[in-house]
Ligand binder design. Sequence first.
Ligand SMILES: Nc1ncnc2c1ncn2[C@@H]1O[C@H](COP(=O)(O)OP(=O)(O)OP(=O)(O)O)[C@@H](O)[C@H]1O
Ligand SMILES: [Mg+2]
Length: 403
Amino acid sequence: MEKIKVVIVDDTEETRNNIKTLLSFEKRIEVIGEASNGEEAIFITKEARPHIVLMDINMPVMDGIKATEEISVAVPETTVIIMSVQGEHEYLRKAMSAGAREFLNKPFSSDDLIRTILKTYDLESKRREHSSIPKVKEEIKSKIITVFSTKGGVGKTTISSNLAVAIARATKKRVALVDLDLQFGDTAIMLNVSVKNTISDLIKEISQLDGDLMEDYLVTHFSGVRVLPAPIKPEYAEYITASHVEKIIKTLKESYHYIIIDTSASFHETVLTSLDMSDRILFVSTLDLPTIKNIKSGLDIMESLHYPKEKINIVLNKASEQFGIKYKDFENTLKHPIWSFVPEDSQTVITSANKGFPFVMTRTETKVAKAIINIANEVIKEKDIMDKDKDKEKSGLKKIFGF
Ligand SMILES: Nc1ncnc2c1ncn2[C@@H]1O[C@H](COP(=O)(O)OP(=O)(O)OP(=O)(O)O)[C@@H](O)[C@H]1O
Ligand SMILES: [Mg+2]
């Protein structure tokens, strides 16, 4: 059954966390995002299109009434429930006329909160039933992209998470992001999604795994990307095998158009499975000698595994020739062309990682965001070409430039 997607808007982090705890008792409800003021609320609601927004009234930057007004116009399928302190009649009246459908008096119990959400959701669903279009089961052609490197810290997680979000935004199709950095994966942190279950919980039910069960283990980022987080503790990694990973990817292929996989810097059997099953490997490097040496050995291994050359796409991250190594020398050493360049921009990359807002959503004007969006477009374009059964060769080795 579809979960009720909820966004929490309140300027106090503690209040947001309390509400999240209260909601964690109800399986039908999933919190997919939070915001600390009206402006962020509008942004997240437009992107994530939740069923319900729980909206505080008094907040800095933009209050809840203004935000409600804009949300009810821009995202009419989302229902706003106002959270107000008893006695704030005037505010409440304004909020309801701005488009809020329900209200909750603070403080509320877990029961009050869940009951109000379920009631509002059911009412809205009934209202919408008339206009709904019957769903046709489509056959999915999915594309698997593994972001890999033989060196740690080169930007795999930054690139994979922003790429997943960029593809979801551009295509509005179903995108899954799998964290196969099984010991130290930080995809969930990078995207600031709250983790209930991880891949370690999922493998306990691997024999029954199907598309429906998979949905219970994926968490939704407000961009729409569904994330399968890495284990919470590094020691859980050893229980996950290549055949588990194979089953997980096969199951995702049934219902996701794009499957993006973040990895650890090793040829562990789980990573190898993902590399084998991929349509494309984004092999991330930086321009320094130790990394280049590692990448070269990695490419040699891939050659011995008989991966087609066009499947391996070198992404040069933090790209700059200013430290003495030229792009041409790099390509000559590796005997492999650079497929894409991503510039260095610590300010954008680190602030966005710390806030959990991917820069491909919030800082689209930066060169680093443009570079990732270019990669996304290249990946999307190729899929379309495949769909139309045209010549695959043309797009395979083409270079794209981020800046
Ligand atoms: N283009 C960039 N410009 C500036 N900083 C970047 C860029 N790409 C990545 N970084 C920074 O480099 C560091 C490593 O990035 P990231 O965690 O994405 O790499 P990783 O390959 O996933 O690392 P690990 O091997 O530890 O999983 C982070 O601090 C990140 O913010
Ligand atoms: Mg990483």
